[in-house]
Ligand binder design. Structure first.
Ligand SMILES: NC(=O)c1ccc[n+]([C@@H]2O[C@H](COP(=O)([O-])OP(=O)(O)OC[C@H]3O[C@@H](n4cnc5c(N)ncnc54)[C@H](O)[C@@H]3O)[C@@H](O)[C@H]2O)c1
Length: 246
């Protein structure tokens, strides 16, 4: 119960799905968690019995809000040990690339790429001041293989893959490790709106025969956040029920 004892962790997209599961698991493992989301429901979704969790409203595409959120870690705890750079959205619907609405493309890149960069940028500064840290970006299996109709999402997650590798190389001498987790298909709100037959078809593509649960991803993130993974950096960790081996 103390794999992250006293580590200060910032988790974005913490009001739902992976972010919520990581928040609860990390707090259970002794972390002090700053749980950030642009959805204001973040402010009253965690209870004192969930652990040391400080909720904050933060839109990752808003630089000023990102700066304020990292400053909260600085003023409240004086350091930052772990960043889960996780907030994200998906395509509203599939489009072939030549038909992709430019506005929707920009919106996806704004959250998935620019937002992730802003949070990484400001967090790295505080990690440098703290003498090190561990960053876990949420990538996707889409950074490794095609999904027809999702060129924007897959290429944005491809950017996260190289943001991870490149930044890892830049900060390895600063005791800052940077990895990404790359989920296949998981049971989170991002799948809301899909018909049961589509969900069944997605599950059928997974060799393990089922869609993943967010806790499975949270355990991988916990390992990467903890000192147990202290010799690991610059890696993009697929977690997909075996899908990428097929
Ligand atoms: N669920 C999957 O199958 C799957 C697969 C691969 C990758 N991912 C990635 O996992 C991450 C988390 O998604 P999830 O599946 O838990 O979905 P989710 O919809 O349950 O959670 C996403 C969270 O991000 C928040 N968010 C969205 N835009 C934001 C912004 N601009 N600023 C702050 N918060 C914002 C939402 O409010 C929500 O709480 C995303 O980066 C997503 O791309 C999910």
């Amino acid at each position: 119960m103390d794999r992250l004892k006293d580590k200060v962790c910032l988790i974005t997209g913490a009001a739902s799905g992976f972010g919520r599961e990581m928040t609860l698991l990390f707090a259970k493992e002794g972390a002090k968690v700053i749980a950030a989301d642009y959805n204001e429901k973040i402010l009253d979704m965690y209870r004192p019995e969930d652990g040391d969790i400080t909720p904050v409203v933060c839109d990752v595409t808003n630089h000023e809000q990102v700066i304020n959120t990292v400053n909260l870690a600085r003023t409240k705890f004086g350091r930052l040990d772990v960043l889960c750079n996780n907030a994200g959205i998906n395509n509203k619907k599939p489009y072939r690339t030549h038909e992709y609405p430019v506005e929707e493309w920009d919106q996806l890149y704004n959250v998935l790429v620019r937002g992730a960069f802003l949070v990484l940028r400001e967090s790295l500064q505080l990690m440098l001041e703290s003498g090190g840290g561990s960053v876990i970006n949420t990538g996707s299996i889409g950074a490794f293989r095609a999904t027809v109709g999702s060129t924007a999402y897959c290429s944005a997650k491809g950017a996260i893959r190289m943001m991870t590798t490149n930044a890892a190389a830049e900060y390895v001498k600063d005791n800052i490790r940077i990895n990404s987790v790359c989920p296949g298909i998981f049971n989170t709100a991002i799948l809301d709106g899909l018909q049961p037959d589509v969900l069944d078809a997605l599950a059928a593509q997974v060799p393990m025969g089922k869609i993943g649960e967010p806790i499975d991803m949270a355990y991988l993130a916990l390992f990467l956040a903890s000192d147990e993974s202290k010799y690991i950096t610059g890696q993009n960790w697929l977690i997909d029920g075996g899908r990428s081996c097929m």
